[in-house]
Design a protein around this ligand. Sequence first.
Ligand SMILES: *Cc1c(COP(=O)(O)O)cnc(C)c1O
Length: 449
Amino acid sequence: MAKEIAGKTVEQWTQGNPYIHDIVDGKPVFWVNDKKGNFEAEKDQVQFSAEDIKDAADRWDRFAPWFEIAFDDTKETKGIIEGPYTRIDNFKADVEKRYDVDIAGNMYVKRDDLLPIAGTIKARGAIYEVIHHAEELAIEKGLLSGFDDDYTKFASDEFKDAFSNYSVVVGTTGNLGISVGVTAAAFGFQSIVHMSSDAKQWKKDFLRKNGAEVVEHNTDFTEAVNQGRRASEADPNSYFVDDEDSIYLYLGYTTAAQRLAKQLEDDGIKVDDDHPLFLWLPCGVGGSPGGITFGAKHIFGDNVNAFFAEPTHVPSLLIGILTGQFSGVHVGDFGIDGQTVMDGLAVPRTSQFVSQVMEHFFDGGYTLTDDEANHNLTRLYDTEEIFLEPAATAGLSGPAYLFKSEEGQKYIKDKGLNMDNATHIAWGTGGSMVPEEDRKVFYQAGVEK
Ligand SMILES: *Cc1c(COP(=O)(O)O)cnc(C)c1O
């Protein structure tokens, strides 16, 4: 008997839904979220609110004086972890040519590759989770008298000595480990990163150089994470950062939108009924695109249009939402192999709570092939001299999908959008950490043959 997912075989799922059909076939899709109502009606239906965003923003602000002391590269921004965005007219012309489509509106890339400390979008979520934990522990232990105390004390020997009795543990091969590992070590925590032994050597070297301990496992990635979790759970002085279901990662990301809103305002870029904003967000487990979308909807309402980009080989959030099973489905259940060059997005199962919240908020999603990502990477470098890692290029195809697909055209028409005034922002989620030799390999993969 064929394997069943929520009482249906793969064949029944694919026959019942044209998007699931194409996804299982490995074909790129563009899907509009038909389960979403308008923002004002939806915003009270979920477990988070504007209060949570404010709470996160305040926490980031409280820690700014500490960041300035602990990380030189945050001095210029006065302890705020933020980066610029760049207009990419030349790249837009290249996309139009490659996809044979006209794109109305201006295109930009948000430069999370340039974020201080970690050079990836994880700096927004993972670092937030570590400061949240450090603050909670400092208050619990009586080191800090309250939120209005002096946060430069976190850089003192007294705090570091106290924190050295505690550990922060994470299991990952990727960017999450770097953000958590480096920040935890800066606080004086025992910073422990569990990795599978096939993880890239430069990542292990970087972490060790920055005071983290790297524990290597001769197992696959999932088993390395599990072993890390078990070791941490056995120790009451240990805190485990869980990529799969962390609300603190998510809450850290929500504050990105208000920073972006301020940048757009300073540059005279309008977002209103006559000036739609499109965010094209690379999606792995869903925390970063979900958090950013949540924050953006609270600022711009439905004048922001948020779409998530996933690899055709790892469409975990899309398949979770289309089947209504959320984290209950693994891409492998549908015979999808989970293999992709966009390694930051290679998460086979979506986050339960993020996908449930996003069902109310995000406007849709699309999948792209590894070839498209490779070309985005190479052509962005050729046309704009910006290097992004493969996962970070996923959003760059979004505007082409919007204009090229029937679903996209219908979305524009139904919403009555004035696309000549549109601003497209592809979230460039990382890249500056990638060593030179790896960059060359990635670049070569996207050169037209
Ligand atoms: C983690 C990551 C993402 C996706 O974030 P999720 O929270 O997993 O959805 C995108 N790009 C890069 C470079 C990442 O490291």
